[in-house]
Design a protein around this ligand. Structure first.
Ligand SMILES: Nc1ncnc2c1ncn2[C@@H]1O[C@H](COP(=O)(O)OP(=O)(O)OP(=O)(O)O)[C@@H](O)[C@H]1O
Ligand SMILES: [K+]
Length: 312
């Protein structure tokens, strides 16, 4: 490759959020009036990639969108954020992934997700991205695309000694055990840890125990995020789990906080692989802590210029 290698590559999902705010959720067959509508950029893969890019990582997204307005618009969004789009495919066989969301005045919601084009991302696209993936510093995957595509991408990275971060979200109960073995860092939230271990994860102590269980399944390290409590970090060669607390902030909207954390983690892993994982997690807590202080998903993600210099 003549071009400089990517710091962070994400193989994952893109979704357009179509959000309507209404006094209440409609019943079957009913039409009601809402008071606000907006379109947001979402999808776990894209969110994570955009956060890494905003911190200054050289990023590329491997994903599939529809040959439609939302797909064109999403490609524009990647470009606006400095994300390379050479591996963003467009298909006429399915629509761009979309989440139709209705939020009522109590903050409750009803959501229909149509994964659409995301499910058509497969081995063809991975093969085209292989030369870039094999030279990247960090590869990140989640579960909003076909799990087999994620697993194949992670294997591809591992075979080429590229560091991997796997975020098993949204969680599936019958996760292929190979996912643990191909993860340098296995990073999930409390509910995912609960589903995967079958034990309650409601506090730091339980998270440490769940982390130990996940670690035994073969990953290099485990991070379990704990909302306002920060996260716990466990490393395969170290016996004791570490709690990494975070500063108290006034949270207004935690949507997308987990993705902000993972995008930041990927940035730090690519920039300085010798930095202790706890320190990367401490800094990722701080980045995600900024995202919860603003409404929305990607629009709430901080840029390097918004953050204290000590994080860089
Ligand atoms: N209330 C909060 N105060 C400070 N930091 C927070 C808060 N909520 C989340 N964070 C930060 O974001 C990280 C991820 O949050 P969380 O564990 O809630 O992930 P998540 O459940 O995947 O989030 P979401 O589903 O809302 O995107 C936390 O580890 C922490 O660093
Ligand atoms: K937010």
């Amino acid at each position: 490759m003549t071009e400089e290698a990517f710091d962070v590559m994400v193989v994952g999902s893109c979704m357009t959020d179509l959000v309507s705010q209404a006094p209440r959720l409609p019943k079957a067959g009913e039409t009601i009036h809402g008071h606000k509508f907006f379109i947001g950029f979402g999808g776990k893969g894209a969110n994570q990639c955009i956060q890494a890019a905003r911190l200054g990582a050289k990023t590329a997204m491997v994903c599939k969108v529809g040959k439609d307005f939302f797909g064109d618009n999403y490609i524009r969004n990647f470009k606006d954020n400095g994300v390379h789009t050479d591996f963003v495919g467009q298909t006429s066989d399915a629509a761009t992934g979309a989440a139709s969301i209705i939020v009522n005045n109590a903050g409750e919601n009803a959501i229909v997700i149509v994964a659409g084009a995301n499910m058509l991302l497969g081995s063809g696209e991975l093969q085209s991205a292989l030369p870039a993936v094999s030279h990247a510093k960090v590869l990140v995957c989640q579960l909003e695309i076909s799990p087999q595509t994620s697993l194949r991408a992670l294997r591809m990275a591992q075979e080429n000694k590229v560091k991997t971060i796997f975020n098993p979200a949204p969680a599936i109960p019958d996760l292929d055990p190979d996912f643990y073995r191909v993860s340098d860092v296995f990073c999930c939230n409390e509910s995912e840890a609960e589903l995967l271990t079958g034990s309650s994860v409601a506090n730091v102590e339980e998270a440490c125990r769940a982390g130990q269980e996940l670690l035994k399944r073969g990953c290099g390290s485990v991070i379990i995020t704990l909302g306002p409590q920060g996260c716990v970090v466990l490393k395969a060669r170290e016996s004791s789990p570490k709690h990494v607390p975070t500063a108290a902030v006034t949270a207004v909207d935690t949507t997308g906080a987990g993705d902000s954390f993972i995008g930041a983690l990927a940035f730090y892993m690519a920039r300085d692989p010798t930095m202790p994982l706890e320190e990367m997690a401490r800094r990722a807590n701080e980045v995600a802590g900024v995202s919860v202080q603003a409404v929305g998903t990607q629009v709430s993600y901080p840029f390097k210029r918004d953050l204290p210099a000590e994080l860089f």
